[in-house]
Design a protein around this ligand. Structure first.
Ligand SMILES: Cc1ncc(COP(=O)(O)O)c(C=O)c1O
Length: 373
């Protein structure tokens, strides 16, 4: 089976972990501080605050901006559930806004409509939390402009978009940005996350929230958590970060090859890259015009480890239905029926790529994949 993702762990990561283990300093220490400096420098942000996961990065970032009960935060329904759950954890309410069909990212025109509608109703709308899904930047410039006009905060979920950029500026640096280092991501620390910000006060508050509200040891000024990253994770992250540019290049090359070979198939809609954007292809996600679930089954039977991100949008998840969400968001719902992600990671060989192309091209009439777009 050609897996949908595979972390690349070399001798460098192993030696780095051994050195930390032998140092006796395992929890958050100098390696975490070094990783924060390096990641901030790579992205072009002033401050970085490492956390235990992407989920805790989002949760901490929202809290650090003072989001809480009674507040509303606009986000996308087509994402990993953590984007919206982080809003719920603070006591605030996610407001879902439908996506653009081409990039699967939140639609800024619809964001503006929702902002107007919520404000007219007197809601305490505080922030927008867009996601740079699959490694393609959302229209962050338009979203920043809306936020400026309506005095809203922005928290970027860049958990899938390490190194992606818009007009030369890296995502996660337009506002407060959050990243994940889960093993399927473009770089990993096993589990881990990080917050980027240019605001010293936000960075300081985030540091306190991740460490039981402490600035000075055992003096707890605010309610906090244990959301710390360990030096073991940071050592892996430092080794991985050096290789991120070359790995992203390989993802981009693999994606270009797949698109070149698949774009003629009438039942495949390949991913787009919008002007000015660097798409880092965390996922290579196509739409299947036909029976998507049968197509996935067919490809898996031929050794292609395809995946469906995501089969059910967040607003339709049972946990959100139970909270009373009844939204109808047609583009997100259609995407969840049509998307299929193919392996694109940097560990793929030319033979793997060829096998993926051949298997997709063999999807035929018997599984409802012969129609036109
Ligand atoms: C878009 C998005 N947001 C948030 C997260 C949460 O990150 P983590 O799994 O590190 O908690 C992930 C990754 O899993 C993600 O893909």
């Amino acid at each position: 089976m050609i897996p949908i993702a595979r972390p690349i762990i070399s001798e460098e990561e192993k030696q780095a972990v051994l050195a930390v283990l032998e140092s006796g300093q395992l929890a958050q220490g100098e390696k975490v501080a070094e990783f924060e400096r390096e990641f901030a420098a790579f992205c072009g942000a002033r401050y970085a605050v490492a956390t235990s996961s992407g989920t805790t990065a989002l949760h901490t970032a929202l809290l650090a901006h003072g989001i809480g009960p009674g507040d509303e935060v606009i986000t996308t329904p087509f994402t990993f559930i953590a984007s919206a759950n982080a809003i719920l954890f603070t006591g605030a309410r996610p407001v879902f806004v439908d996506i653009e069909p081409e990039t699967f990212n939140i639609d800024p025109n619809r964001v503006e409509e929702a902002v107007r509608e919520r404000k007219k109703k007197g809601a305490r709308l505080r922030a927008i939390l867009p996601v740079h899904l699959f490694g393609h930047p959302c229209d962050i410039e338009a979203i920043m402009e809306i936020a400026r006009r309506y005095d809203l905060l922005v928290i970027e979920d860049a958990c899938q978009a390490h190194g992606a950029s818009v007009n030369g500026k890296k995502v996660g640096t337009f506002a407060t940005g959050c990243f994940s280092f889960y093993p399927t991501k473009n770089i990993t620390t096993g589990e881990g996350g990080i917050i980027l910000t240019d605001d010293e006060k936000v960075a300081e508050k985030a540091r306190m929230i991740r460490d039981h509200g402490m600035r000075k040891r055992y003096y707890h000024e605010i309610l906090g958590f244990n959301f710390r990253m360990t030096d073991i994770q940071a050592a892996i992250g430092l080794a991985q970060l050096k290789k991120l540019p070359q790995w992203n290049e390989r993802r981009i090359r693999n994606a270009a090859y797949l698109t070149e070979r698949l774009r003629h198939l009438p039942f495949v809609v390949p991913p787009v890259v919008k002007k000015g954007c660097v798409h880092v292809f965390h996922q290579y996600t196509i739409r299947i015009k036909g029976d998507r679930d049968k197509a996935a089954e067919w490809l898996r039977a031929r050794g292609i480890g395809v995946s469906i991100y995501y089969p059910l949008p967040v607003h339709q998840q049972p946990v959100y239905r139970d909270l009373g969400y009844k939204d109808v968001l047609p583009e997100a719902e259609r995407a969840s029926r049509e998307v299929l992600s193919l392996p694109v990671h940097p560990a793929l060989s030319p033979e793997d790529l060829e096998a993926i192309v051949e298997a997709v091209a063999s999807l035929g009439e018997e599984i409802g994949c012969s129609g036109s777009r």
